[in-house]
Design a protein around this ligand. Structure first.
Ligand SMILES: [Ca+2]
Length: 180
């Protein structure tokens, strides 16, 4: 058993070193499905460099926080209340959302960012507010509890100010909601 865990951890270390982890949380590795992985993602604008920063970078399975080095983080323009969201493809009861902050710079820009779950995509503020980002250290990994809130979309919004929004990975965990 110990050997299996050592092997798993060694594999994870290699993948982390290459910036190719399948999850930001090793304890979820191959155990729990990340509902956001590979889903369609959208954001309010795109930082003016098309090689970097598109919305899908937050659901590409690469948790590397080095914006320039990994090319695996999103980036909007600086604007009032920027937003990002992922379409989960169906309605889920969302338990937790993991948000990986940029690690090479500017982590404080994510301060107070709201994590919401719901079925509105044109008006994110109508969706259930799970919580806000308070740990804005560069490269921080925040786990936000959504208490089983149901929704088709998970969004991040920076409320009440003009800001850049960039995140390097967003993971969503939950269960498929019952159909009525
Ligand atoms: Ca990424």
């Amino acid at each position: 058993m110990v050997k299996i865990w050592m092997g798993l951890l060694a594999t994870m270390a290699i993948l982390v070193g290459r910036g190719e982890t399948l999850t930001c949380n090793p304890w979820h590795y191959n155990r729990v499905a990340n509902l956001a992985r590979g889903r369609l993602a959208f954001q309010s604008s795109l930082y003016p460099d098309p090689d970097y920063g598109v919305a899908s970078k937050a659901v590409d399975g690469n948790c590397n926080g080095d914006w320039y080095g990994s090319r695996s983080c999103t980036h909007t323009k600086q604007e009032y209340e920027p937003w990002w969201y992922v379409d989960l493809g169906d309605q889920y009861a969302v338990n937790t959302v993991l948000v990986k902050n940029r690690g090479d710079c500017c982590g404080e820009r994510l301060k107070g960012a709201e994590i919401r779950v719901g079925n509105y995509r044109g008006n994110h503020k109508s969706n259930f507010l799970c919580g806000t980002i308070s740990d804005v250290r560069w490269g921080s990994l925040s786990t936000i509890n959504c208490y089983g809130a149901k929704g088709h979309y998970v969004s991040i919004i920076i409320p009440g100010r003009s800001e850049y929004l960039h995140v390097c990975e967003v993971e969503v965990y939950g269960t498929r909601a019952q159909k009525r």
